[in-house]
Design a protein around this ligand. Structure first.
Ligand code: LLP
Length: 382
């Protein structure tokens, strides 16, 4: 991504900057990888629901993966087709369930027995049949940060695999839900393919188990979670989609007519977005030097919340001389730190800095804490 520093100087910072060409190339790679397979990709809006981003994604065949009624409404407004919408989440309000049913979304990914009962009841009241997939907790450790692992037995997500027979039985006997299949999601920012291989094995076992009982599923949703390269984003701007989809192409035993659904968020949008900020002050104490930015954890919470490290580039200076800084934001929280001991060229007040790989879970997790303004977004087509 080539960042137009001259244009940036005039703009109010901080702001998100999105490279729409990179987004388009990413979408094209996905399209090419899934061509000829019964694969449906849903974009997880929670990663970034900026309307311009959604407008690019909706131009492809991609569906939507949603986690709230407002996300359903946003996806509809953006033009996503309800027959390509999956709606997940451990806690869905009645209004949110109604919104899904009224708009005939493809599938509710259900996470508990009482939820299935409520969906059935609301659908019955409306004279409709709601498509559902049971979210199975497959008890697989995705070896990612503990806050973003979702598929182990102690996580709140999904239905315990040991109770699955009863739940499948229950769902099949209700008249206003249609059990389409099973849903899995084992975590996010997964950087090795091994957990996905394990997932395929687990799915094959489960599908076989039900086949023997005469239960066939029309779809399997394998969730999202493909990781991106936060260390070398410039070298690897596109996630390893080939290796990822290959695991499922090679290892998942598909039945006649069965479709496989993916819910990708981060891997679609992370690298096309950067957070641009201005250095307000550089200060020094007896131990450290601090670069104080006008962007903070309110604009990109990942470092504060998960100790994530995003690459930081000083766009202003070409100085060869390097110094070591703690790069921090202005928020009144000690965790408002982008990076400790970051090596940067000698940095000065007024320099423009880019924090890379901020397209996913940056803007969508922004808050107005400290009554700060939400950053604007700008777009480049490099
Ligand atoms: N499907 C389900 C059911 C999910 O819970 C998630 C993400 C996704 C799909 C999309 O996962 P992705 O492809 O983006 O990994 N805020 C955290 C990530 C939280 C992910 C939550 N669920 C972060 O900034 O790392």
């Amino acid at each position: 991504m080539k960042l137009p520093i001259d244009r940036f100087k005039e703009l109010r910072t901080p702001f998100y900057c999105y490279d729409l060409s990179l987004l388009r190339s990413t979408l094209q790679v996905i399209k090419d990888e899934i061509a000829g397979y019964p694969f449906v990709v849903h974009y997880a809006l929670k990663a970034n629901a900026n309307p311009v981003i959604l407008n690019e994604i909706v131009k492809t065949d991609i569906g939507a993966d949603l986690v709230s009624g407002n996300e359903i409404m946003t996806a509809l407004e953006a033009g996503f087709s309800p027959i390509r919408m999956a709606y997940a989440g451990v806690g869905k309000t009645d209004w949110e369930i109604e919104t899904g049913i009224d708009n005939d979304i493809y599938c509710f990914n259900v996470e508990s027995v009482p939820e299935i009962a409520v969906i059935n009841e609301i659908a019955a009241r409306k004279g409709k049949i709601a498509g559902i997939a049971i979210r199975v907790n497959p008890d697989i450790d995705a070896h990612t940060h503990q806050y973003i692992t979702t598929g182990t037995a102690t996580d709140k997500f999904g239905i315990d695999i040991h109770n699955l027979d009863d739940v499948v039985d229950m769902a099949r006997n209700l008249s206003n839900v249609h059990l389409r299949g099973l849903h899995f999601h084992i975590g996010s920012q997964i950087t090795s393919i091994e957990p996905f291989m394990l997932l395929c094995e687990r799915i094959n076992e489960i599908v076989e188990h039900y086949e023997k009982m005469g239960v066939n599923f029309e779809m399997i949703d394998v969730g999202g979670g493909l990781g991106v390269d936060y260390k070398n984003p410039e070298e690897n701007p596109i996630a390893p989609f080939h290796d990822f989809f290959n695991v499922f192409k090679q290892r998942l035993k598909l039945r006649q007519g069965q479709t496989v659904h993916f819910e990708l968020g981060r891997s679609i949008v992370a690298q096309c977005g950067v957070l641009i900020s201005r250095v307000m002050f550089v200060k020094e104490n007896s131990i450290k030097k601090f670069v104080i930015l006008d962007a903070g954890m309110t604009d990109l919470i990942r470092p504060a919340l998960y100790h994530a490290h995003h690459k930081i580039v000083n766009l202003t200076t070409k100085a060869k001389e390097i110094d070591t800084y703690d790069v921090v934001g202005p928020i009144c929280e000690s965790s408002d730190v982008f990076s400790n001991d970051e090596k940067l060229p000698i940095t000065r007040r007024g320099d423009i800095v880019a924090i890379l790989t901020a397209g996913a879970y940056g803007e969508s997790m922004a808050s107005r804490y400290n009554m700060r303004d939400l950053p604007q977004s700008h777009f480049i087509k490099s």
